[in-house]
Design a protein around this ligand. Structure first.
Ligand code: NI
Length: 253
């Protein structure tokens, strides 16, 4: 008869290794960006594969697209292998179709920030449709089918917005108020000192100062071992299934 402790020992070793193996597989599957970051930033992130999970955040940009600034941002993000989420304003889409297709092709996520940047609260069903539905349709005609998450201007949400959203509603957990003083140093330091695993960071890609700050934030947080993903990837990474009409501010683990 076989010694029973051998079987038990083998089982114990398997039981100890299984969570690690599943975790490693899961990270590899859900975070393709991790591979990119490894190649681009050198050896800094390599320990993450074997040891602790790296903190993961989502950079989000509202109010665009604006050709000069959004174009420069896309270029900078591509150089750094980083994917972000852009909440676009419907009336800014015309004439920027190529920019939006580039955005989608480069792996960024695209969402809706209303048609003419108005409060979505207290709107009639028809007005809501003109603001959100129309923008969604235009985005579909430019960039194809997609989830097109909703970020209401000013973060304004009421029961009507929740009922009519037609997609998950994405707010934020880190707000450097980059539109206020356009001070690159201050914006960078606000984000870098506040960012933690699972945060959704709010910025605006219509200002040159914000583009410069965003790219410096990426470099500084890469140094600290952070990874950048889209909002949907961040939710998935933290095992949250996004639901239409529900409000999300962060995805803390
Ligand atoms: Ni806005």
């Amino acid at each position: 008869m076989e010694k029973p402790w051998r079987g038990r020992l083998a089982f114990l070793v398997l039981a100890l290794l299984l969570p690690w193996a599943v975790g490693a597989l899961e990270s590899a599957a859900l975070l393709p960006v991790r591979g990119d970051a490894l190649i681009r930033t050198g050896g800094d992130l390599e320990t993450d594969f074997a040891g602790e999970e790296a903190p993961v955040v989502a950079l989000t940009f509202d109010d665009g697209p604006r050709r000069s600034t959004t174009g420069a941002l896309l270029e900078g993000l591509a150089q750094r292998g980083v994917h972000a989420t852009f909440f676009l304003v419907g009336e800014m889409l015309e004439g920027n179709e190529d920019l939006i297709r580039d955005m989608a092709a480069q792996g960024h996520q695209i969402g809706i920030h209303s048609y003419d940047h108005v409060w979505l609260t207290d709107l009639s069903a028809a007005d809501f449709e003109r603001e959100v539905g129309r923008t969604r349709e235009t985005l579909r005609s430019i960039a194809g089918e997609g989830s097109y998450l909703l970020r209401p201007p000013y973060g304004g949400v009421d029961r009507g917005v929740e009922k009519r959203a037609g997609s998950p509603i994405i707010l934020w957990s880190v707000d450097p108020e980059d539109w206020k003083d356009r001070d690159v140093e201050r914006i960078v330091s606000h984000i870098v000192s506040n960012a933690r695993d699972g945060d959704i960071i709010l910025m605006h890609d219509i200002y040159q100062s914000s583009v410069e700050a965003a790219l410096r934030v990426v470099d500084a947080l890469h140094e600290k071992g952070f990874l950048f993903v889209t909002v949907e990837e961040l939710a998935q990474h933290n095992h949250v299934e996004l639901e239409p009409g529900k409000v999300y501010r962060c995805f803390y683990p």
